[in-house]
Design a binder for this molecule. Structure first.
Ligand SMILES: [Fe+2]
Ligand SMILES: [Fe+2]
Length: 172
């Protein structure tokens, strides 16, 4: 893998923060859920997110990691643990909300570099990550038809929270 160009470093800092958060979302779910389907779903996704995190950790030098990794871990854990207290549909709604956001975030990065042939390799890497997130999103979406007020409200909180976390980790 080539070095990431400087202008992409803030984005990769957010990707690293986000994949860290994702790992901890599933840890949060697995810390409390007793549902067999949820446990299977979460273990499988946790494996994918750990692979993503490993890939990004390998290409993003440590000095560029977010200074707030501890916070992304805590917030990720809560983002899994809290809905797991509230019920299965809350969990699937959470994953759907997070992954819809992440899909757009990765797509933005692809758009940013897609015109330049020299970024072909990085583009493929981001696309691979994004395709996994889309699978996660679709899998979660199959598990619910419609959401009640509280589930919709929580999904909005998760989306806004993800967007805020990206803004912060672009900088620090
Ligand atoms: Fe991921
Ligand atoms: Fe994912």
């Amino acid at each position: 893998m080539n070095k990431i160009p400087n202008f992409l470093i803030p984005y990769f800092r957010t990707n690293h923060a986000g994949e860290t958060g994702a790992v901890f979302i599933y840890k949060g779910i697995l810390a409390i859920s007793k549902n067999k389907d949820i446990i299977e779903f979460s273990k499988r996704h946790l494996q994918t997110e750990s692979d993503h995190l490993k890939i990004i950790t390998e290409i993003l030098p440590e000095k560029h990691h977010s200074k707030l990794v501890f916070l992304w871990k805590i917030l990720g854990f809560i983002t899994g643990f809290f809905p797991a207290l509230c019920g299965d549909k809350f969990i699937y709604a959470t994953i759907f909300a997070v992954e819809s956001f992440v899909e757009e975030h990765y797509q933005d990065q692809i758009n940013l570099i897609s015109k330049d042939k020299k970024y072909e390799e990085i583009k493929h890497l981001i696309k691979k990550l994004m395709d996994d997130e889309v699978d996660h999103k679709n899998e979660a979406h199959e598990k619910f038809k419609n959401l009640n007020f509280f589930q919709r409200f929580w999904s909005t909180v998760v989306r806004k929270g993800s967007s805020f976390a990206v803004k912060v980790s672009m900088v620090v």
